[in-house]
Design a protein around this ligand. Structure first.
Ligand code: RP5
Length: 211
């Protein structure tokens, strides 16, 4: 028995899959997580480690798409949903099965706990769409990466949704040269930061640098 709120999400996904909207109007990346308690890891926490939302919006100029009728002006967008493999299996199935028809090119799926099945089940259902798994906790790692031969998933280290987003954009960049440029610019920025810190440490010496 599927609850009304879940069924309405399933209906929405299935209706979107029928719309055949142009790629400019649909999200390029789908971010799903097992629970909203995963949001700080998956999106990034305001006071802690940055995540997928932060790198996509702050470094790579993506916009989060929340409305499919009025798509954002930005060319590259992502969507975010809570989809629980165990509590809402029908929603997980509908999400994974409709993703490609809804214009998604890559899915980032995160889940916590010891039985973090959302990433690997999504990868199986959405195949051949690539899925990047994020183990939300250290203990989730074996269940995210432990796929049998022939059933692939790409995965990042525990909690590293930031890297999952970069990997997703690397996949998209094979088709979109402006994303390739954005990735190179991001990398240049990282190099610049290391260069500046290195010079400051070297020239000031350790005690003054520590101050
Ligand atoms: C997993 O169980 C979720 O991905 C989450 O990490 C964990 C706990 O979920 P809640 O009980 O906080 O909803 O399925």
């Amino acid at each position: 028995m599927t609850s009304e709120s879940v069924q309405s999400l399933i209906d929405q996904l299935e209706a979107e899959a029928e719309m055949d909207r142009p790629a400019e109007e649909t999200p390029d990346i789908g971010i799903i997580m097992g629970s909203d308690s995963d949001l700080d890891v998956m999106a990034g926490s305001e006071s802690g480690r940055p995540g997928a939302y932060d790198v996509l919006t702050e470094e790579l100029d993506f916009v989060e798409q929340t409305d499919y009728e009025t798509a954002p002006e930005a060319r590259f967008t992502f969507e975010t949903f809570v989809v629980s493999a165990h509590r809402t299996p029908e929603l997980m199935y509908a999400y994974a099965e409709t993703a490609e028809d809804r214009g998604i090119d890559v899915i980032i799926a995160g889940a916590g706990g010891k039985s973090a099945d959302l990433p690997n089940m999504t990868a199986s259902i959405a195949y051949p769409l690539p899925v990047i798994g994020v183990p939300v906790q250290e203990k989730s790692l074996p269940s995210v990466i432990g796929m049998p031969q022939g059933a692939p998933i790409v995965a990042v280290d525990a909690g590293k949704s930031f890297n999952a987003a970069l990997s997703a954009v690397q996949i998209l960049a094979r088709q979109h040269s402006d994303l390739r440029e954005r990735l190179l610019q991001y990398h240049d920025g990282l190099q610049q930061d290391v260069g500046e810190v290195s010079r400051a440490l070297h020239e000031r010496g350790t005690p003054r640098f520590r101050e």
